[in-house]
Design a protein around this ligand. Structure first.
Ligand SMILES: [Ca+2]
Ligand SMILES: [Ca+2]
Ligand SMILES: [Ca+2]
Length: 942
């Protein structure tokens, strides 16, 4: 009977509801089916709080709820982007026309003709200069062809409260304008306008908030389209005016909390903006008599997994506010493992990875994949038991009118799917009179998720969300009173990869070593009690679990365990090395079920994740060369290769080859031992690039296990084939760096090198190089909100490269770190930001002249904003001085001296700078490698 009903529902859905709209897929997670069955549980009475770049409440799809009421009920800006300050106005009169004015030239006429007047005769006046938007994508906010309009406004306290009149058409008159209130009072969406009505199109929507105590008004808007897109996925209703084209929870209301400044790259957060937005949202949730869920499609890379300041704060907030739940995008730093971002690594948030569903792949991208895939970019777990789940990570959704990018992919698109799912569950629970517990919604979603075949837990967590099942689980949890006795679990275990910081999963990526019988790995499972529990409840807490490992190589010291009071349970494990002989990635988990119930997936309490990376080893037996057989990769799949960097290796070269006439459309990614991508774009194609080489040397090569990921584009029609060969060299060069040249009048500058070949193969190398230009290193210690460094580019300079590096523990305090290069008109010529603690930025100046570099750290909290960094600036000259060396054999285990000279004269660097360049040892044998030795010449050392 049940099976029949299920089929009927599916057919019914197919005919009538939004499941056909695969551009914004609401079927894959069962949201469409859920609403079809319970139309009142469509998110109604739930408020979704969106922390993003702002939400454009004027676009079709975000204007109203199914019952006709307004959808976006509040809009606040914590980024400071839309702040404008005002002052007390003066009064004047000209040709019998009254005006108020501000110091400077601004005059606003006809204040006396407004319907509302101040209770105390005091007007405040300010001006929004269009110039403020010069670094945004809409520098002409009223579309009149000019980018220097001024929009004056007045603010005063009327008998109905604080109100503003804004000269939206910039004509200096106020009597053609309407009174505007704080957005949440009357939900007024406003637009600036030119005076030619035909040009009043594609305008962004603004909302205001007045802060009289600070003499500040804020203009909230979405200048990037990211937040509007996210809002449409979570809760859009009749997108583009189309009946049936909805987001996941069309009945939910939205609050937009803007944390990203759209004039910074990627809409970066600013100091405190994320935290203040969460605090505002929590205050709202406390007062609101209904369910609240947060979405944050924001984040950066994790340097020390799960140990960032913002992550601790989010976990604390969830412990204190058990009604709510935060959904966070896992990050787009995949497909390497150990790449889940900050703050998605927070323990108690729901971290969401991105699914590429068959239907969306077909209808949005015209791709025919054989099954649902995890999107290649989706961040993966490692030291962390994250991501939690998957939801579709691509969509065509709402965007502001000025934007044409309605199609986007990213975990940013997946997170609002999960948020919408939570909203549906909360809406149903609320209408059914059930208690609302964020952690139990999370548990229901995770336990009912459906794993995707062919993927590890590090790729997908529990798998794909399925709302109808999640609701059955939630009801069951409430029925057995889990809302009264649930606890949070904090899992701690040692991770040697994480130095002295505890990890949340067993993660072994250290070559051959792994926990064995004699050196077991201890997991501690600590209960974290709800703030509302008293001492007795804490002391008397007792809970017992059955432990079940899903892989036979995971060996447990016990079959069950318990927690009593605050004392953690401990579980020791080791890995059976005999079963881990083949190189590759091994993942498995131990699931803990409540002892009093059956070992069904509904009763999962927590999981202990185990990972062992068995790399390929290069050594004398294989002549430090790793060679693959033919590899076949289906469209949308990733083939992972882990390789260990042998001791004494000074370069690693990855060669990729297509095979005969076989098809290939492959993108290669390389991740360092910490899971950070090495930025070297590499594509292998049977049509164009039939061979590719990736060189790792110098600072890009460290000891440890690298991950090479070969990804076949999901839009390909057929499988891709390739082979790889990875070769290492053991040429140790001294001095390193080269910091001295012999200078003699009438002779070329000369240098000498000593080379020792540690490996077992003779190599023939051509020595060459260049003096590229001049450079300077600056150590920054700063506390200001913006750090500025001026620089001058002469006509001899081709490009400037900045390398910015922060200590890991400093990076951990941040939510973003924006980087701008500006000219002295304040125009941003290059905008970027840190994903991890290091980044290289190349600036090609449009002309010689003066510029400045701006570093804008965004700290999680407003206290403790001290930071340090180093900045290397390298000026590359148009005319480089070539370094000429000889061709040399380097025999195994022997040292050899060789020399080189600079062809021509050395450039003269400005004072305070030194010359830089490099000497390369290019091997001439079949598998070319390159050892790069930096040259750094101080003026006095030449
Ligand atoms: Ca304009
Ligand atoms: Ca006007
Ligand atoms: Ca990592």
């Amino acid at each position: 009977m049940k099976i029949k009903l299920f089929i009927l529902v599916l057919l019914f859905n197919g005919l009538l509801i939004a499941s056909d709209w695969s551009f914004l897929d609401v079927s894959r997670i069962g949201a469409g089916q859920f609403i079809e069955k319970n139309p009142q549980n469509n998110g109604k009475d739930v408020v979704i709080i969106i922390l993003d770049t702002g939400v454009d409440m004027g676009v079709p799809g975000l204007q109203k709820l199914p019952d006709g009421e307004v959808k976006v009920i509040d809009a606040q800006d914590f980024s400071g982007e839309g702040d404008v300050y005002f002052d007390k106005a003066e009064f004047g009169e000209e040709n019998n026309e009254k005006f108020v004015s501000a110091p400077g030239n601004l005059k606003l006429y006809h204040y006396d003709k407004l319907t509302l007047q101040p209770v105390d005769s005091i007007f405040y006046i300010g001006v929004l200069h269009e110039d403020k938007f010069k670094n945004s994508v809409i520098p002409d906010i009223n579309n009149n062809g000019k980018e220097d309009d001024d929009f004056g406004f007045i603010v005063f306290k009327s008998k109905e409260g604080w109100v503003a009149y804004i000269d939206l058409d910039g004509d200096g008159n106020l009597d053609d304008e309407q009174p505007v209130w704080n957005y949440k009072i009357k939900h007024q969406a406003i637009q600036f306008r030119g005076r030619d009505k035909k040009l009043n199109k594609n305008l962004a929507t603004f909302a205001i908030n007045i802060f009289p105590d600070e003499k500040r008004i804020n203009f909230h808007y979405d200048g990037s389209s990211h937040g509007t897109h996210v809002a449409g996925i979570a809760a859009g209703y009749q997108l583009n005016g189309q009946k049936g084209l909805n987001g996941i929870a069309p009945g939910a209301k939205i609050i937009s909390l803007k944390i990203g400044d759209c004039t910074l790259a990627g809409g970066a957060t600013t100091t405190g903006s994320m935290l203040e937005a969460y605090e505002y949202g929590i205050e709202f949730a406390k007062k609101y008599d209904g369910p609240v869920v947060f979405n944050m499609s924001f984040g950066i890379g994790s340097e020390i997994e799960g140990q960032a300041s913002m992550e601790f704060t989010l976990d604390e907030m969830l412990l204190e506010n058990e009604k709510v739940l935060f959904c966070v995008s896992a990050g787009n730093e995949g497909p390497g493992i150990s790449s889940v971002g900050l703050p998605a690594a927070a323990n108690y948030v729901l971290s969401v990875g991105a699914l590429n569903s068959k239907e969306s792949a077909r209808d949005v991208y015209g791709a025919n994949i054989d099954q649902d895939k995890v999107f290649v970019f989706s961040s993966r777990g490692g030291e962390l038991n994250k991501p939690d789940i998957l939801t579709p990570g691509s969509a065509s959704s709402t965007v502001p009118p000025f934007s044409t990018r309605e199609n986007k992919w990213g975990t940013s698109m997946a997170s609002p799917q999960a948020t919408g799912a939570v909203a549906l569950l909360m809406s149903a629970a609320y209408h059914d009179g059930l208690p609302l517990i964020g952690a139990l919604f999370k548990k229901a979603i995770i336990n009912s998720a459906r794993p995707l075949k062919g993927y590890t837990i590090l790729d997908q967590g529990a798998g794909v969300v399925f709302v109808p099942d999640a609701y059955q689980y939630y009801k069951k949890y409430i029925q057995r009173n889990e809302h009264k006795d649930f606890v949070y679990y904090r899992i701690e275990t040692l991770s040697p990869m994480n130095e002295d910081n505890p990890a949340r999963a067993a993660y072994w990526r250290l070559g051959n070593y792994l926990p064995d019988k004699h050196h077991k790995q201890a997991f501690k499972i600590k209960p974290e009690f709800r703030d509302s529990w008293n001492a007795d409840q804490r002391n008397n807490f007792y809970r017992a679990f059955d432990l079940v490992a899903d892989k036979s190589w995971i060996k447990l010291n016990k079959k069950s365990t318990y927690i009593k009071g605050e004392k953690p349970a401990t579980v020791d494990v080791y890995f059976d090395q005999k079963q881990l002989d083949e190189p590759g990635l091994y993942t498995g988990k131990i699931t803990a079920y409540r002892k009093e119930w059956s070992n069904k997936k509904m009763n999962k309490e927590f999981e202990l994740w185990c990972t062992y990376v068995h790399p390929l080893f290069a050594n004398e037996q294989n002549h430090y060369t790793l060679k693959s057989d033919l590899i076949k990769i289906k469209p949308g799949n990733v083939h992972r290769v882990f390789f260990d960097v042998p001791v004494r290796a000074t370069s690693a070269t990855i060669h990729l080859f297509t095979e005969g006439n076989k098809y290939a459309n492959i993108r290669a990614y390389v991740f360092d031992p910490q899971g950070r991508e090495i930025e070297q774009f590499s594509r292998l194609s049977s049509e164009y690039e039939t061979q590719e080489t990736i060189q790792l040397t110098g600072s890009q090569l460290e000891y440890g296990i690298y991950e090479l990921d070969l990804y076949a584009d999901f839009r390909s029609e057929e499988a891709s084939y390739c082979t790889y060969l990875i070769s290492f060299s053991g040429l140790e060069v001294s001095p390193n760096p080269i910091n001295w040249l012999r200078m003699k009048n009438g002779e070329n500058p000369r240098g000498t090198l000593s080379v020792f070949n540690y490996f077992d193969q003779p190599v023939l190398c051509q020595i060459s190089g260049e003096i590229s230009g001049w450079s300077k290193k600056t150590h920054v210690e700063d506390e200001s909100e913006i750090y500025q460094q001026d620089f001058t580019v002469g006509s001899e300079v081709e490009k400037v490269e900045f390398q910015i590096e922060l200590p890991a523990d400093v990076f951990n305090l941040m939510t973003d770190f924006a980087i701008n290069i500006k000219n002295y008109e304040g125009k941003i010529l290059k905008a970027d930001g840190l994903t991890y603690r290091k980044k290289k930025i190349v600036f090609i100046p449009p002309a010689s002249g003066d510029y400045y570099l701006e570093l804008i750290p965004a700290f999680a909290s407003r206290d403790a904003q001290y930071w340090t960094a180093t900045i290397d600036e390298n000026y590359y000259l148009f005319s480089k001085a070539n370094i000429i060396g000889s061709r040399e054999y380097f025999y195994p285990k022997t040292r050899k001296q060789t020399s080189f000279y600079v062809d021509g004269t050395l450039p003269v660097p400005p004072s305070g700078f030194r010359l830089f360049g490099n000497v390369n040892l290019n091997s001439l044998d079949r598998y070319r490698f390159k050892v790069i030795v930096p040259v750094e010449l101080d003026a006095e050392l030449r």
